[in-house]
Structure formats: structure tokens, C-alpha cells
Design a protein around this ligand. Sequence first.
Ligand SMILES: [Zn+2]
Length: 98
Amino acid sequence: MKPAICPVCGTSAIQSKGDHVEFSDYEPLPSDYIGHPHGYEWFCADHLEAAKSMSNLPAENVIKALRDKFSENTNQPQTNSPVKAGAISRIIKAVTGR
Ligand SMILES: [Zn+2]
């Protein structure tokens, strides 16, 4: 099983009321298997409708398209991701007011 984490923004099912979407490449697992079926992804409430509207496509294509579309406003947990120097001072200013 995969944790219910939105592949677009990294929001988890604990933080947002989302749902699973079956995509064109959905392959149900045989009944005697335990795991995560291919083409079956969970999306947060913010990205669920957009994902559903593209459920006629393979999951991987939809995730890529949505990441591109929503990349401006992502809180996806990424370690070692580069941050623009100016962004840090803006965050500090927003938090401290200085
Ligand atoms: Zn999301």
C-alpha cells in the first residue's frame, strides 16, 4: 500500500479530505494480493477535481501535468531542494515582520 499523500503537493489524508482516482492505466490487484494497484492515486481536496477530469489518461501523465500546472504553490516535501536566496529572506520577513 502507498500512503495517501497527494502526488502533486505532498498533502496527506490527515491534512486534507481527498480521494482516490482510477486512471486509464488502472490495474486492480488480484484478490489474493496485498499492495497498491497501478494507476490508482490519492489526491488532496485541492487537486482531486483536476485529477478526476484527466482520469482518461495514465496516472503518471496526469501527475506530471498537475505538478507542472500547480508547481507555483507546492509544499511537497523535498529534501535538498534548492531555494532561491531571496526566498529565504522573504520567509524570514513574513515570519518576523523584519
Ligand atoms: Zn494536492
